[in-house]
Write a protein that binds this ligand. Sequence first.
Ligand code: ZN
Length: 239
Amino acid sequence: MNRFPTFRALAGAVTILAGVSATSEAVTSGIPAQITDETAGVPDFLAEKLPDAPPEPTFPDVFPVSLKICPVMHVFNRPKTDEDLVMVNYAPVVSAGENVKLATAPVAEGCLSSGFGMRRTRLHEGVDYFNQTAVDIYAAGNGVIKEMTYRNDFGNMIVIDHGDGVFTRYAHLERFSGLKEGAAVEAGDVIGLMGNTSSRKIARHLHFEVLTGEWGDEAGSFALTPLDVFDLPAADTEG
Ligand SMILES: [Zn+2]
């Protein structure tokens, strides 16, 4: 493998740094064909400005690494726990599609107050994380804020589009962070605070859904299919 692709990239960088509108072909034409060192042929003052290779991206470590069932409460659809109510086989980061990694609990701190599934007569389409204080709510994965609105049922609600037909919903937020619909977010970005907004009187908690499918022309996020985040396979947190 020769060095040509690297060199082309370098030439492009030089073009940008020099503020020259010439094409990379034009730039390469004046440079010797045999390049053995990546910075060969680049003046020192430019070589110093060339960025180092970026570090391997890692999933941010702001999310809880373990999860407890809320004590005292009756928790529907509770997953398996040890005697201290700590969930066994808890995966802090899961795969929801080939290129989508999501935090299982996108909260600064909280306990599980409801699992996914039938709750009395209705399907609970997400999981609930409870806290007594208005802790930060994070974007569970990289994506774009698709919807940010108030609804009587979900209160202050955000839906993030993660691509690959994967979405996440965050409901009952006390308030939103300064982000707007259409804003790009990365996993771990603060999108709001845990709250209890709804037309009904409810305890403070985050209602969190992982959704998949195609956004509805009319129904929007309600055309999507909810998934149980605890059923999704664990993802490694590197890269
Ligand atoms: Zn809920």
